[in-house]
Design a binder for this molecule. Structure first.
Ligand code: PHE
Length: 346
């Protein structure tokens, strides 16, 4: 009888313990661990009682088994209930936190558009590719030889002052002009050559029409019998495509060490048709690029025979073309990345 009482007390103690600990539960994961600590057939407290069955005297075994089984069933029900209510609560919380208000106004997705300089670059590439030019991508870091010396601009040449240079070291610099690409191309290929080289260039310059970084597009044609007339013919075609059928070009004498003769190329004003307006400052002409016949010395520097071959080269400032094309008054607008400005061009 004393043993029976002892058992009853033990079972009651376990029951109390379960009641107590169930009350404090707030996650189904912890509840699962708690359930195991009682009901696991090997390690659980109730499981343990079941295992003790074999030590109980035969005449008490049935009673013992019955009491422990009752406790086990009761405990299972408690834990099932607990599990159900915790999972429900957790689900509720998830519903709340993942709730979507389908009546909210949609976030406006504005389609992007290309930068005006990119648009101009792609348009120019299209036009020149149509004339058979191939693209050569030069590098932005150059050495003094490719940017100046090979282009007939040795140390102390006054023309070096035309381009205020960012030097990285005594030898290396940020290229001031895509003309450096001419040398790489001519060193590595034989005429006929017809390349277009777009890229960034750098000069220590900063005002409404100059930026320390800007984009150029170099063109180079080398073959037998190439003359300034070929350059003029090609440029007329080019300006007609980009500024309109009625436009034409005018060549003015200029100076670049790597071309002889050298020219500044003007386009007839596409805004007033040549009558004179604010865009062309009343002259009827707008300066668009520098060009010329490749200097014999430059051909020689690259191992090309200047008695057999000749060529022309030109360099176009892409920001300048974009500003003319879209009526942009200040070059800074192209670099400030103000979406209100940029979204106007396409
Ligand atoms: N490299 C010259 C400049 O940046 C432009 C140019 C290119 C002139 C090719 C003549 C021939 O000013």
């Amino acid at each position: 009888m004393a043993e029976q009482n002892g058992l009853r007390d033990r079972l009651e103690a376990i029951r109390d313990e379960i009641r107590q600990s169930v009350r404090g539960m707030d996650s189904s994961k912890a509840a699962y661990d708690l359930r195991k600590s009682f009901l696991d057939s090997k390690k659980g407290k109730i499981g343990q009682l079941m295992k003790e069955m074999k030590n109980i005297p035969a005449e008490q075994r049935a009673e013992y088994g019955k009491s422990v089984n009752e406790l086990k069933n009761w405990a299972q029900e408690r834990f099932d209930e607990l599990d159900r209510s915790l999972k429900e609560k957790e689900m509720q919380l998830r519903y709340e936190s993942e709730k979507i208000d389908v009546t909210m106004p949609a976030v406006k997705m504005r389609p992007g558009n290309l930068h005006p300089v990119t648009l101009v670059r792609e348009e120019l590439i299209d036009i020149f590719a149509g004339m058979g030019f191939e693209i050569f991508e030069g590098s932005e870091v150059e050495n003094d030889y490719y940017n100046f010396t090979a282009l007939n601009t040795p140390q102390d040449h006054p023309a070096r002052d035309m381009q205020d240079t960012f030097y990285l070291s005594k030898e290396f610099l940020l290229r001031t002009q895509t003309s450096s690409g001419q040398i790489h191309v001519m060193e590595n290929s034989k005429p006929p050559i017809k390349i277009l080289s777009p890229g960034k260039v750098f000069r220590s310059d900063d005002d409404a029409t100059h930026s320390p970084m800007f984009s150029q597009m170099e063109g180079l044609v080398v073959d037998e019998g190439i003359t300034l007339g070929d350059l003029k013919g090609m440029l007329d075609l080019f300006v007609q495509k980009i500024f309109g059928e009625q436009t034409t070009t005018r060549l003015r004498p200029s100076y670049f060490p790597f071309t002889e003769p050298s020219v500044e190329v003007d386009v007839s004003c596409f805004s007033c048709g040549g009558a004179g307006c604010s865009l062309c400052k009343g002259t009827g002409w707008i300066e668009v690029l520098g060009a010329g016949v490749v200097n014999r010395k430059v051909l020689e520097n690259c191992g090309i025979d200047p008695d057999r071959y000749s060529g022309f080269a030109f360099g176009i400032g892409l920001e300048r073309i974009a500003m003319l094309r879209y009526g942009i008054p200040n070059i800074k607008l192209l670099f400030e990345s103000d979406i209100k400005v940029l979204k106007q061009f396409y």
